[in-house]
Write a protein that binds this ligand. Structure first.
Ligand SMILES: Nc1ncnc2c1ncn2[C@@H]1O[C@H](COP(=O)(O)OP(=O)(O)OP(=O)(O)O)[C@@H](O)[C@H]1O
Ligand SMILES: [Mg+2]
Length: 261
């Protein structure tokens, strides 16, 4: 059984959803909707798919998360009362202590029989470890989550200019996770649009195209793939020839050839 996000277009891109127990990296720049999508995944899990989840964050205070969820139409306090959700706000230091992960997580996992977890964010955690320990610490965390039978959504704040994204590019992190979903602004004809792409997914096919998405008052909404553009990921998008245009070219070329033969 796949772990569905409940964002139908994203589930389609994932050929049904994440594989159970997978560690998924959700990467994106500031304000791209990482927290929103991650919360949505847990709320949908709890309300639509009978899978409860834990939101582990170092980034925000509980009140802010309750408030922002409310604004998106999600009553996570009620889900907590119903034992379908747990919000854990803690510091990276506590998680990184010996046995820290176990101490923080084992009880809540048992209490709600959790099957999903979000960690917001690994980049924040990374600030508390030396570069050399980072890979080991993340490996430890990912293995703990897998041992607990949790499918995880691990948030990574990517910033092309910082060392952190270098750590990601180094292969340090991208090789530790099973799947990478990336949120990324792209510029098309002088407009900035938001694009979502599944970079890799171990053991499964997936949609390789970029899809446009919006952050709305109901959460993330994914729309059509950007079929007419190429070069989006390299930062210099060009409208690629549509099939029609290509056919017109071919026909004109053939006619021209006839004329001259
Ligand atoms: N209720 C809402 N309706 C529409 N758009 C919203 C709503 N709430 C948030 N947004 C949009 O979502 C953006 C932030 O989303 P979110 O917090 O999920 O991003 P993030 O990637 O986690 O950001 P950060 O890197 O700061 O943690 C806001 O900048 C705003 O544009
Ligand atoms: Mg966030």
């Amino acid at each position: 059984m796949r772990q569905r996000t409940g964002v139908n277009e994203l589930d389609e891109m994932l050929c049904g959803g994440f594989l159970p127990g997978d560690a998924v990296l959700l990467a994106g720049g500031a304000g791209t909707g990482k927290t929103t999508l991650a919360l949505q995944h847990l709320v949908n899990g709890a309300t639509q798919f009978g899978e409860s989840g834990i939101y582990l964050t170092f980034e925000q205070l509980p009140n802010q998360i309750y408030r922002d969820s409310q604004a998106l139409g999600w009553d996570i306090r009620r889900l907590e009362d119903e034992d379908k959700f747990r919000l854990i706000c803690t510091s990276p230091n506590i998680l990184l202590e010996d046995g820290g992960g176990e101490n923080i997580l084992s009880e809540p996992i048992k209490e709600i029989n959790a099957q999903r977890i979000v960690v917001d964010s690994l980049s924040h955690l990374a600030m508390f470890t030396g570069h050399n320990e980072l890979r080991r610490e993340l490996y430890r965390l990912i293995m703990l989550l897998k041992a607990k039978g949790l499918g995880s959504l691990l948030i990574w704040e990517s910033d092309e200019r910082s060392d952190q994204s270098k750590a990601l590019a180094d292969g340090g992190i991208s090789f530790l996770v099973d799947c990478i979903v990336s949120l990324k602004p792209v510029e098309i004809e002088s407009t900035i649009r938001k694009a979502l792409v599944v970079w890799k997914m171990r053991g499964s096919d997936h949609d390789k195209r970029l899809r446009q998405y919006e952050i709305t008052s109901h959460g993330i909404e994914v729309s059509s793939p950007f079929t007419n553009y190429e070069g989006l990921l390299t930062g210099s998008p060009r409208r690629s020839m549509t099939e029609d245009a290509a056919n017109n070219w071919a026909m004109a070329f053939a006619k021209n050839k006839q004329k001259h033969s």
